[in-house]
Design a protein around this ligand. Structure first.
Ligand code: 4EH
Length: 231
C-alpha cells in the first residue's frame, strides 16, 4: 500500500524524515517529494508550502503522480475550542473553508454551488487513530477544523469562526487537502497539534511551539502507520 504523509511547512515534515532516516528525493512541480519504505508500506512525504492552493496542488500530485492510496496530514494548528491547549492533538472529523464567502448571493459561509460546506474525514482512519491513541494512553480530540488563507491572531475572528462553523481548530491547508481527496475518492486523515490559541499572542506562541508541536503530531502519525500496515 502506498501512503502519502503531507505537511505544509518544512518544520512539519522534518520530524517525520528524521524518524524515517533514509529516503529518496524527487522533484516535481516546484516541490520536493521524499519516497521511502516503512515496513511493508510505500511512503511518500512532502510539504506543500502554506495555504489552500499549495495544499490542493500537492495533494493532487501525491495521488495522481505518486499513486497515494491514503493521505495523512501532519502539522500544527491554532486552537479555537477552549478545551484545546498547546501541544494537544486534534483529528479533523471534517473540514470547512472559513474564508469562502459568496453569502452576497444567499449561500451559507463556506459553500459554493454544487459543493458542500463540510467535507467529512474517513471513518476508518479516524478509528485507527482512536485505537492508536488508546493503546498509547494519549489524548486525541476530534472536531471540525476550519481552513482559510489567513493566519488568525485575533479573538473576534476566532470567535466568529467558532460560532459559524462549530470549529475546534484553525489552520491554512486542511480543507484544500480534504477537497482533493474527497473528489478523487482517496481516504484522508488530518492531524494537528496545537501551536497557539489564534489570539493576540498567536504569533509569539506559534514561533515558540512550532517545532515541539510538529514533533508531537509526526510521532503520532508514525504510530498510526503500524496499525495501517496491519489493516
Ligand atoms: O501553514 C500555516 C502556518 C502559519 S503561517 C498554517 N499553519 C501554520 C497552522 C496554524 C495556523 N493557521 C492559521 C497554526 N496556527 C494558526 C493560526 N491561524 N493561528 C506562517 C507561519 N510562519 C511563517 C510563515 N507563515
Amino acid at each position: 500500500m502506498k501512503i502519502a504523509i503531507m505537511g505544509a511547512m518544512v518544520e512539519e515534515i522534518t520530524p517525520l524524515l528524521q524518524r524515517f532516516g533514509t529516503y529518496e528525493t524527487r522533484e516535481f512541480a516546484n516541490n520536493k517529494f521524499y519516497t521511502l519504505k516503512y515496513k511493508n508500506l510505500d511512503v511518500v512525504v512532502a510539504y506543500s508550502k502554506i495555504g489552500k492552493v499549495n495544499a490542493a496542488l500537492t495533494a493532487s500530485i501525491l495521488i495522481n503522480k505518486f499513486g497515494a492510496q491514503k493521505l495523512l496530514f501532519s502539522g500544527v494548528a491554532g486552537a479555537v475550542s477552549d478545551e484545546l491547549h498547546i501541544g494537544e492533538l486534534i483529528a479533523a472529523s471534517g473540514l470547512v473553508q472559513h474564508d469562502l464567502d459568496i453569502t452576497a448571493f444567499g449561500h451559507p459561509h463556506g459553500f459554493v454551488p454544487e459543493g458542500k460546506v463540510l467535507i467529512k474525514s474517513d471513518e476508518r482512519l479516524l478509528s485507527i487513530a482512536k485505537d492508536t491513541a488508546n493503546s498509547l494512553g494519549l489524548s486525541l480530540k476530534e472536531g471540525v477544523i476550519a481552513t482559510g488563507d489567513q493566519f488568525i491572531c485575533e479573538a473576534s475572528k476566532k470567535e466568529w469562526i467558532k460560532k459559524t462553523f462549530d470549529a475546534s481548530a484553525i489552520e491554512m491547508e486542511g480543507a484544500g487537502v480534504a477537497f482533493v481527496c474527497d473528489a478523487l475518492g482517496v481516504p484522508f486523515f488530518i492531524l494537528r497539534a496545537i501551536s497557539d490559541a489564534a489570539d493576540a499572542k498567536a504569533g509569539f506562541d506559534f514561533d515558540e511551539f512550532l517545532q515541539s508541536s510538529s514533533k508531537i503530531s509526526a510521532d503520532f502519525i508514525i504510530s498510526m502507520l503500524e496499525r495501517l500496515e496491519r489493516s
